[in-house]
Design a binder for this molecule. Structure first.
Ligand code: HEM
Length: 400
């Protein structure tokens, strides 16, 4: 049944300043009392249970392109698979796998392993024991992964990271108009940078995508722009979010250190479940829609709140706690249905590799003050910074 009751006054709305810091009490209430909720404040529908979110993401009544076409024309930016439906979407997504799918992952794996080692090496110098996990670990990792996919050399990484950061404001659908305008301008600059780079990208996954011929140059640029805006910051933030949950649990750290590759992948999934960097994704209904938890009329703006679905007690035992080896773990942090994150394997693998190597290399790693704060941005869900005291590296401890 669709519920039209309001949220209790004592709960901070998830988009209010207090709710942005801690949206989970409101998500819990919504999931339990109104899993398909018309929110008069946001003038959107919020869908919060796992069953409803999973159904919504697969239902063609919920369009990813409706409401986007006008904006795309105004921007003069390439069309994105994320905001396409049906055959248009499939046509863009299939070649996109050359950039982000299993073959691409195999192409970049050796390089990203070197990058991970280099990032962790930076903290062995005396006085460099405290790291901001967001800026000094997550951002370099994410920059390195995208640079490998795009065939950028190390001298281009700084420029790329600056452009990626500026363009990333396009992720937040609720960004104020003046910020959104700046984001679109930054997107234009990023697109020109990548366009000029394509001829030098041979041999990399980007080179393979560009040479494939199924997409026009403009469409290739659309895939690249989406990979940057949809991927660079979420991957960077996922590392801070993960360490925020992992490091206060010594048993979990010990298990991760001792476990193999599979344990690392399960851990990464669980950490993404608990603190999804992309907490919700938007759709517009093109017909009346029926979900297990209620009906939504045609023409409605709808958010699939995957961060709420990921803590649904109907699906996850101990939904608000860390169960590092949780399996199965049907979290929706990568979405679901036709738009399921094209880079999910890449993210799981590189994230797992970084976390596992970090706790092996720095066995005493622990959160350091000051207490971390959640940023006011809605997407991605991110910490403004996360101080981590790394302590001695394993090699030093062994030598001592
Ligand atoms: C922790 C990091 C990441 C998270 C949590 C994440 C999450 C998501 C989610 C939830 C969607 C679906 C959106 C929707 O249904 O509207 C998505 C789609 C997508 N993601 Fe990711 N993502 C991450 C990293 C990346 C990276 C690093 C890349 C590329 C380098 C990437 C590329 C894409 C693409 C291309 C799509 C669109 C797929 C389609 O429309 O068919 N993502 N991602």
């Amino acid at each position: 049944m669709t519920t039209t009751v309001g949220m209790p006054a004592h709960l901070a709305h998830p988009f209010s300043p207090a709710g942005r810091a801690d949206p989970y009490p409101a998500y819990d209430w919504l999931r339990e009392h109104a899993p398909v909720f018309h929110d008069p404040m946001a003038r959107m529908w919020l869908v919060t249970s796992h069953a409803d979110c999973a159904a919504l993401l697969r239902d063609p009544a919920f369009s990813a392109s409706a409401g986007q076409r006008q904006r795309t024309r105004e921007d003069d930016l390439p069309v994105s698979m994320l905001t396409s439906d049906g055959a248009d979407h499939a046509r863009l997504r299939a070649p996109g796998a050359l950039l982000l799918g299993p073959g691409a992952l195999a192409d970049v794996a050796d390089g990203t392993a070197v990058d991970v080692a280099e990032i962790l090496d930076r903290f062995t110098a005396p006085g460099a024991r405290v790291a901001d996990a967001v800026e000094e670990i997550g951002v370099p990792l994410s920059t390195a992964v995208l640079a490998r996919l795009f065939g950028l050399d190390t001298t281009q990484r700084e420029t790329f990271a600056r452009l990626a950061r500026a363009a990333s404001v396009n992720l937040d659908p609720l960004a104020p108009p003046q910020i959104a305008r700046l984001g679109r301008a930054a997107m234009g600059e990023l697109t020109r940078f990548l366009d000029a780079h394509i001829p030098q990208a041979q041999g990399s996954p980007l080179g393979k995508l560009a040479a494939d011929g199924r997409l026009t140059r403009t469409e290739v640029l659309g895939v690249l722009g989406l990979a940057v805006v949809g991927g660079w910051q979420p991957l960077a933030e996922a590392i801070g979010n993960a360490l925020y949950w992992l490091l206060p649990h010594p048993d979990a750290v010990t298990a991760l250190r001792a476990g193999g590759e599979q344990a690392g992948l399960l851990a990464m999934d669980e950490l993404l479940r608990l603190e999804a960097p992309i907490p919700f994704t938007a759709r517009v209904t093109v017909t009346d829609a029926e979900l297990p938890g209620g009906r939504i009329p045609a023409g409605a703006r709808v958010l699939a709140v995957v961060a709420a679905a990921n803590r649904d007690p109907a699906v996850f035992r101990e939904p608000g706690g860390l169960v590092l080896d949780r399996s199965p773990n049907p979290h929706l942090a990568f979405g679901g249905g036709p738009h399921f994150c094209l880079a999910a394997r890449l993210v799981r693998q590189t994230g797992a590799q970084l976390l596992t190597r970090l706790v092996r290399r720095y066995p005493a790693a622990a959160l350091a003050g000051p207490a971390p704060r959640w940023s006011g941005s809605l997407i991605p869900r991110r910490l403004t910074s996360l101080s981590v005291h790394l302590g001695e590296s394993a090699g030093e401890a062994a030598r001592a």
